[in-house]
Design a protein around this ligand. Structure first.
Ligand code: SF4
Length: 492
């Protein structure tokens, strides 16, 4: 899907400083011994991740391979003179490409000044523009495409290990993780360069995903975000039928998995059986990230989204009829070629009518080799910006009203981290990095990765504030006081 770039993930966990929760268990002892023997001798490999959660998941696989080969690894901190840098880039719109190039140039400069020893670039930008970039930035030692992890490891003298497929070296807080269920995309959205960089859709076998999630849960992960370019296509290539609902059923049965969250569902021909499973399983979040991109029939048609305005309204109605407490997140794209003021008015009305719970917006980026590149990029940049701003201002008011309506209610919150006198957490309707946060006043028993029932006392457009009002524990128990009357298969 054409998704918002998450805040740049210069996420870093210096292995020497962080909890080893993030290491695959079987590597823990050998890595500790290795550190004692080799500290100060072998360079550290720093992995810098740019872009979306899919890239983050790729970096975690790379880090797992490196850690298993006993490389000291880091995801933040200042590299030393003999350290190695790997930049995992993003390249799907202009802004993301620029950020990736700036990051590469920054490290290229450090390499020129002998402040790092080697520089490698991988990921989407590298896949798409390798040939141009290797001429222009000769300081980079080697460039790799999105499917060239074995070759990258080879450059470090390390063999790729098939037995580590699905292993994560967690760069997120240790209680949540992103799990990719497929790679690539078979859709034909005319504005999107992702299929050019990531290739056609390839589903991961269901057993492999189940094993991956089980392994994460056994290491203390309680929330899993299932990610893909397009979740609803899952299974069509591998099993000849859509299997997302079946996959959810199997994953929801994993003991100890408290929240399972879905990111990026394509709206055309949305598989309604997914909603049945959501209804049946209390640990699947009533949360759907479904990028609609636009509402005007003319624009949708030129975008090749395979859905009409009427079908879009109808789908949302059916989702809300079935699951009235569903949190709906969407992404919109403004300034697509030929978008008129009337189209924009329709989009504003759509946002007003639907009152999405969460909304992200992009301005159109004219990407070469996409189908839309043949159209004239005729909406001036300042008009694209103005339209995006109008939508965001409208959404900000909606979000504030929705949040104010929660004052006095009790929400079940998963705590992510502490900030001063507050714990920062999220409700079931909020995904990390992109959605609202709940500020919880400090109280006994609170810790990252724990659930608490929180009474909301104040609200802003994208933040809620509250105090503990009941259950605090490892599982999201206490159904009576929570937003959903559900029982969970997690011990309290
Ligand atoms: S082609 Fe469409 S469905 Fe596929 S990643 Fe791009 S925007 Fe998403």
């Amino acid at each position: 899907m054409y998704m918002p770039i998450l805040a740049t993930h210069n996420l870093v966990v210096d292995v020497s400083a962080e909890s080893d929760n993030s290491l695959p268990g079987e590597f823990f002892f050998s890595l500790q011994l290795h550190r004692m023997r080799t500290r100060g001798r072998r360079p550290t490999v720093h992995v810098v991740t740019l872009g979306c959660s899919k890239n983050l998941a790729d970096s975690e696989q790379l880090l797992a391979q490196l850690a298993a080969a006993e490389w000291p690894v880091a995801v933040h901190g200042t590299p030393r003179r003999n350290d190695i840098i790997i930049i995992n880039t993003c390249g799907f719109i202009e802004q993301a490409k620029q950020e990736s190039i700036n990051t590469i140039l920054d490290f290229a400069e450090r390499k020129k000044q002998n402040r790092i020893s080697r520089l490698y670039v991988t990921g989407c930008l590298s896949q798409r523009y390798r040939h141009q970039l290797e001429q222009e930035i000769p300081e980079v030692d080697a460039w790799f495409g999105t499917l060239e992890l074995p070759q990258l490891l080879k450059h470090l003298g390390t063999d790729y290990r098939h037995d580590l497929v699905g292993e994560h070296y967690l760069t997120t807080p240790s209680h949540y993780a992103y799990v990719k269920i497929s790679e690539g995309c078979n859709r034909i959205c005319s504005f999107c360069a992702i299929p050019l960089m990531r290739g056609p859709h390839r589903s991961k076998p269901m057993e492999a995903i189940e094993q991956e999630v089980r392994s994460l849960v056994s290491r203390g992960v309680v929330e899993v975000m299932l990610i893909a370019q397009e979740l609803t296509y899952y299974g069509l290539d591998l099993y000849r039928r859509r299997m997302l609902a079946e996959l959810l059923r199997r994953l929801a049965d994993i003991e100890g998995l408290a929240w399972l969250r879905l990111h990026y569902a394509y709206p055309a021909a949305f598989p309604m059986d997914v909603l049945d499973v959501m209804q049946q399983r209390s640990n699947i979040c009533r949360y759907l990230d479904i990028p609609f991109q636009h509402i005007s029939d003319g624009v949708l048609n030129r975008m090749r989204r395979q859905i009409t305005r009427h079908q879009t309204y109808d789908l949302i109605q059916r989702i809300r009829d079935r699951l009235p407490d569903m949190t709906l997140r969407t992404t919109l794209l403004t300034g697509f070629p030929g978008e008129t003021e009337q189209d924009h008015e329709q989009l504003l009305r759509f946002v007003e009518d639907i009152r999405f719970d969460r909304l992200g917006i992009f301005t159109y980026s004219h990407e070469e080799d996409t189908a839309a590149h043949a159209l004239e990029d005729d909406v001036p940049p300042e008009v694209k910006e103005r339209r995006a701003q109008e939508i965001m201002t409208l959404q900000q008011n909606i979000s504030l009203q929705k949040n104010e309506a929660l004052i006095g209610q009790t929400l079940r919150v998963l705590l992510d981290r502490r900030e001063g006198a507050w714990w920062m957490g999220r409700s079931e309707g909020d995904s990390p990095e992109v959605d609202n946060e709940v500020w919880v006043a400090d109280a006994a028993g609170l810790a990252a990765g724990r659930f608490a029932d929180v009474c909301i006392t104040d609200a802003a457009a994208y933040d809620l504030f509250g105090r503990v009002a009941g259950h605090v524990g490892k599982g999201p128990a206490s159904p009576a006081s929570a937003t959903r009357n559900a029982s969970f298969n997690v011990a309290p």
